[in-house]
Design a protein around this ligand. Structure first.
Ligand code: AMP
Ligand code: ZN
Length: 113
């Protein structure tokens, strides 16, 4: 998609600190981290949110979550981590390209805000 921020990160038009690329995902550091480790994992294929991904191909969601766990291991988050997928307005989604936040390096409280 031409006017999508994270499509531009995927294709390199917008610079990002890339953590790892796979055939179906790109992981990069969040520009405004809320935890010592804050990595975003996105599908290379443009889908707006989790529901669109599942409706298009559930494999997109499976690959995304698998890569979150791999990124957490690569980042050394042995004490645990949180994966967050904000979805549409009530979920607090601000970028309309599916992404998972991998948060670690500190305890994360529950419930979230
Ligand atoms: P969300 O609120 O779940 O849609 O999260 C969007 C995230 O994208 C926020 O945590 C932002 O800090 C992050 N973000 C926005 N622009 C960029 C960018 N150019 N590079 C990296 N992260 C970004
Ligand atoms: Zn996109």
């Amino acid at each position: 998609m031409t006017d999508c921020l994270f499509c531009k990160v995927v294709d390199g038009t917008i610079p990002a600190t890339i953590v790892e690329r796979t055939e179906t995902t790109v992981a990069f550091r969040d520009i405004a981290p809320v935890s010592p480790t804050h990595v975003l994992v996105v599908p290379t294929r443009h889908v707006a949110d989790l529901d669109e991904a599942v409706a298009t191909d559930p494999g997109i969601a499976a690959d995304l979550l698998t890569q979150c766990a791999r990124v957490a291991a690569r980042e050394g988050l042995a004490d645990g981590y949180r994966v967050v997928i904000n979805t549409r307005s009530d979920g607090g989604q601000t970028v309309q390209h599916l992404h998972a936040h991998v948060l670690g390096g500190r305890p994360h409280a529950w419930p979230p805000g």
